[in-house]
Design a protein around this ligand. Structure first.
Ligand code: M6R
Length: 612
């Protein structure tokens, strides 16, 4: 998704802005640009594609100036070409914007009728012209920006800069987040605190509907009614962490390897390993703790991989806590007019905590008076700040667009919550709790062991490369995991992949199977192993090429002739989905690397999807 950076500084800012934009690369983008003001002159450089192209432009034609704004653009309105790249200008006004301005057509028509000429197909350019129009009408730059912002409908974050004032950026937030960084005689603006990490960790987040006047030594924030408001300054945790690949070729594989550690950190937040008890640490309203025993329904909403973590946890909550669960993708939930139970809990799962659809689902539940809980990786995110109960994942910044460690950390939190719910609701006794907690405690160790299978998995991945279609099969918790496997393969390698509940195959999808079709079967040797294997044999009989992910018992039963087998260590059932996530992630990763796709920033994808 688009990234915004702004600096009102005391030193040349263009290189600093490019550095900060690099830290936003993980969000996904297809063009970039930077603009500065120097001695009353506004100038910009823009380039299609990656930031190296912008850097080349700046090397051959540098920009001076101690105030500037920059942008990485993920195209929504207009192709990803240079004329559509931000910043957009209107005479002495420059604008960068993230999100969508829904009424831009109508605004554009009016502006064109007033004689404004458009040089791009973007929705953003209307903002620059609206501000310019305000200036022409005699408004101050601040008022011109504000009156323009008031005319916009949609979800957006934006920054406006003027050639007439080299000590002013006006910023506004209506949806996507904006962080303001406090420096020594300098102020910064960014889509998140990670972008501002090289400059400061003192951050003020704008609330939804806020707009701000930012100067070197001054910050004024106003709410929707135009009243000055004070927003708390906080020390960002995320910003202290450096974002680099270490010795790894891609962020994704680095993040896969981080999993034993971050799963351990996350579990330690929710489990007392000494007492062998669940000890849920809620970072939300501690005066108002979550009581699972009082709930009659759990309603989970999320998108993409986070949705699949939620889907998988449905099996856990229903099995261990006898708590009925509804699970929806947020983009469907928000318009479905779902009747919500009075004693229900609405749980939102999101790595970024800023996903627009998930946030809209949360607003719907908030308006219905539901208790809101969140599982997020970014603690300062909007979803976390809007929820009563907050259960962070401690995955650290996830930079690869394909979610890996955030997923297994979400599962770790969800497993802890489900066991905790089971205890509170009287469906898990002390001995069972101890046994389940002991199992959770072993997750990092098993995850570590599985990482050692990388070379083997890499070889198997080569057999998937360049295939047209791949099927993933699983039953029970391995069904959502199969969906996650298919999603990972699709997004990274662009191979068409689908997941089916193994038992559903014979009701239609088996027609797709021929000797060209690889089928990944996820089947630890559990209660329903036999059933899954029968489905697998139906596929084998039709020539399908099977990759089976199982444990030594499963491998012994199936025999190595029927399938290529990834032999996982034998482990307790509750943790299999967490640990079995690793081979499916590595399978997708190595297939993509072999095919030469852009693993960390797959085409058309964004890390944090802050538009509908
Ligand atoms: O930040 P979120 O967890 O809310 O993001 C949700 C999805 O956009 C995300 O999981 C997406 O599906 C990933 N690219 C999957 O790898």
């Amino acid at each position: 998704m688009c990234g915004i950076v702004g600096i009102v500084g005391t030193r040349p800012v263009a290189p600093l802005i490019v550095d900060a934009l690099k830290r936003l690369e993980y969000r996904g983008y297809d063009s970039a640009g930077v603009a500065t003001v120097e001695q009353g002159v506004l100038d910009r450089r823009r380039a299609e594609g990656k930031l190296v192209n912008l850097q080349e432009r700046l090397d051959s034609s540098p920009l001076s100036g101690t105030i500037g704004i920059g942008h990485t653009r993920w195209a929504t309105h207009g192709a990803p070409i240079e004329v559509n790249a931000h910043p957009h200008f209107s005479s002495g006004v420059a604008v960068v914007h993230n999100g969508i301005i829904e009424n831009f057509r109508e605004l554009r028509k009016n502006l064109e009728a007033d004689g404004f000429e458009f040089s791009s197909q973007t929705d953003t350019e209307v903002v620059a012209h609206l501000v310019e129009k305000g200036l022409r009408d005699g408004l101050s730059p601040e008022d011109a920006a504000h009156q323009a912002i008031q005319q916009l409908r949609g979800a957006f974050a934006l920054a406006v800069m003027f050639d007439s004032d080299d000590n002013l950026i006006v910023a506004a937030r209506s949806g996507p987040p904006l962080a303001i960084g406090h420096g020594e005689g300098e102020m910064y603006l960014g889509s998140d605190a990670v972008a501002l990490a090289p400059f400061t960790n003192r951050i003020t987040y704008l609330e939804d509907g806020d707009w701000a006047i930012i100067r070197r030594n001054d910050l004024a924030i106003f709410d929707t009614s135009g009243q000055t408001v004070s927003r708390q300054q906080q020390t960002s945790v995320g910003s202290a962490l450096m974002v680099d690949k270490g010795n790894h070729r891609h962020f994704m594989i680095k993040e896969i390897y981080e999993q034993p550690e971050v799963i351990g950190h996350t579990l330690a937040n929710y489990v007392d390993f000494n007492a062998e008890k669940i000890a849920l640490r809620d970072m939300g309203d501690t005066q108002n703790p979550l009581e699972f025993s009082k709930l009659d329904r759990l309603n989970i909403t999320a998108c993409g991989t986070a949705y699949l973590a939620g889907y998988l946890s449905k099996y856990w909550f229903e099995r261990y806590a006898r708590l009925p669960v509804d699970i929806d993708v947020a983009s469907e939930f928000r318009y479905r007019e779902v009747p919500l139970s009075e004693n229900g809990l609405s749980l939102f799962i999101s790595q970024s905590g800023e996903t627009a659809d998930t946030l809209a689902g949360l607003k719907y539940c908030e308006e219905s008076g539901q208790r809101l809980a969140a599982i997020v990786n970014v603690r300062e995110s909007t979803i976390a700040r809007s929820s009563h109960n907050v259960f962070p994942t401690l995955a650290g910044p996830e930079i690869g667009v394909a979610s890996t460690k955030a997923f297994t950390c979400q599962l770790s939190v969800l497993a802890s919550l489900a066991i905790g719910a089971g205890v509170q609701r009287g469906h898990i006794d002390e001995a069972q709790e101890k046994e389940l907690v002991r199992a959770l405690a072993e997750t990092p160790r098993y995850a570590n062991e599985v990482l050692k299978l990388e070379d083997e998995i890499k070889e198997l991945a080569h057999s998937l490369a360049n295939k047209e279609h791949v099927l993933y099969l699983g039953r029970d918790t391995n069904y959502p995991l199969a969906m996650e496997g298919a999603l990972k393969l699709k997004e990274l390698s662009y191979i068409h992949a689908e997941a089916y509940a193994a038992g559903e195959l014979k009701h239609g999808p088996i027609a797709l199977v021929d000797e060209e079709m690889p089928i990944v079967v996820i089947a630890p040797h559990d209660r329903i192993f036999e059933k899954t294997v029968s489905n697998m044999q139906e596929v084998a009989a039709r020539g399908g090429n099977i990759i089976l992910i199982t444990d030594p018992k499963g491998a012994a039963e199936v025999g190595m002739d029927e399938a290529k087998v990834i032999v996982m260590p034998e482990m307790p059932e509750i943790i299999t989905p967490i640990v079995y996530s690793l081979p499916i992630q590595m399978l997708a990763y190595h297939t993509a690397v072999h095919m030469g796709t852009d693993v960390d920033q797959p085409r058309n994808l964004a890390k944090s999807v802050t538009v509908e």
